[in-house]
Design a protein around this ligand. Structure first.
Ligand code: FUB
Length: 338
């Protein structure tokens, strides 16, 4: 009796999935982990979840975070170091509340922390803060990035050195409110037009100063395999929040959360601007309402950082995890069942 190679591969994949990873950080609640390798170490830039006793609502008011910590480790599986408070809400002159999912980048001797927060008018904007160390502390610019809005900044630096900022999130992330170009607070969730193209994440090239947009913001178009845009009613596939872009063998992989259907999905393109063709689900729902990730190559292997609510059982008190990401020979990503 012999198993085929395909069956053995499927068993190996199931066995790997059976070993559910443990939370990486247990002394604080952390979420939305953006991972990067700087100076040979793995740095993590997550949200820092707290119990702020704000009732749960569709706008995410219960995610009322007030600071960021940066974490590092020498290798996957190694000790995780907490570098302390990297940026505090009280030190961001323009921000009023809700420090949501951040990301970081490096250019010309400076580290940049990108973060969303609500301004004094309760409108989400994206700010930038800088440091000479990847661990911070970071000093915030006095104003948000001009022309920025919504949430979940994710920075991608291409092999040619150009840096792009992807951002946006619907519902509480307010992306739908900018649909006409100016802010319209009456749009609470999405466009409420199921048969029309869904709202798109945004992409823009960053200026050489890394704190301005070099060009007008563009839509990250998501198309199905027939080339048709994903529709607003297609909640299993359309973009909701939590964008991330990585490059593998010359292709751009744009991955994101589908929000109310709790999936991580991905699409591919030959350009960082897209359009991106939908490929499938890369991770099934985790415990907790939100799902948010980053994908990074470390020591020749690819890893996905994500969160669930194993430690608290509560949707606004999350913990980050990491596991290896596996691909098929054609570059497609093997679905993870967390
Ligand atoms: O952490 C607050 C928000 O929850 C993030 O900005 C979203 O991506 C979701 O994870």
């Amino acid at each position: 009796f012999r198993y085929s190679a395909a069956a053995l591969l499927a068993f190996a994949s199931l066995a790997a999935q059976a070993q559910s990873p443990k939370p990486l950080i247990t002394h604080l609640y952390t979420a939305d982990p953006s991972a990067h390798v700087f100076n040979g170490k793995v740095y993590l830039y997550p949200s820092h979840d707290i119990e702020a006793h704000v009732p749960q609502d569709d706008e995410g008011g219960h995610f009322n975070m007030r600071d960021y910590h940066v974490f590092s480790m020498d290798r996957i599986g190694g000790k995780v170091t907490d570098h302390g408070v990297a940026l505090d809400l009280k030190d961001v002159p323009w921000a009023k509340r809700q420090l949501w999912a951040p990301d970081a980048a490096y250019k010309n001797g400076t580290y940049y922390l990108y973060f969303p927060a609500k301004d004094k008018d309760d409108v989400f904007r994206i700010g930038v803060a800088t440091s000479k160390s990847p661990a911070g502390p970071f000093k915030a610019d006095p104003k948000p990035i001009p022309g920025s809005y919504s949430i979940d900044p994710a920075v991608f630096t291409d092999t040619d050195g150009e840096t792009y900022l992807y951002f946006g999130g619907i519902w509480g992330g307010q992306l739908q409110r900018w649909h006409t170009g100016t802010y319209d607070a009456s749009l609470k969730t999405d466009l409420q037009k199921d048969k029309e193209p869904a709202l798109s994440a945004k992409v823009v090239k960053l200026g050489k100063d890394m704190r301005s947009f070099a060009e007008p913001v563009r839509d990250v178009q998501l198309l199905d395999k027939e080339g048709k845009p994903l529709l607003g009613g297609d909640h299993d596939r359309r973009f909701f929040e939590g964008a991330w872009t990585h490059k593998y063998k010359g292709k751009y992989y744009f991955s994101y959360s589908t929000g109310d259907t709790h999936l991580l999905a991905y699409a591919t393109s030959d350009s960082p601007y897209g359009p991106f063709t939908y490929q499938g689900v890369l991770m099934k729902p985790v415990s907790g309402w939100t799902t948010h990730h980053s994908i990074v190559e470390i020591g020749g292997k690819w890893y996905i950082f994500y969160h669930d609510v194993e430690l608290s059982g509560q949707t606004h008190l999350r913990n980050v995890k990491v596991r290896e990401l596996h691909r098929n020979a054609d570059g497609s990503i093997r679905e993870i069942i967390p």
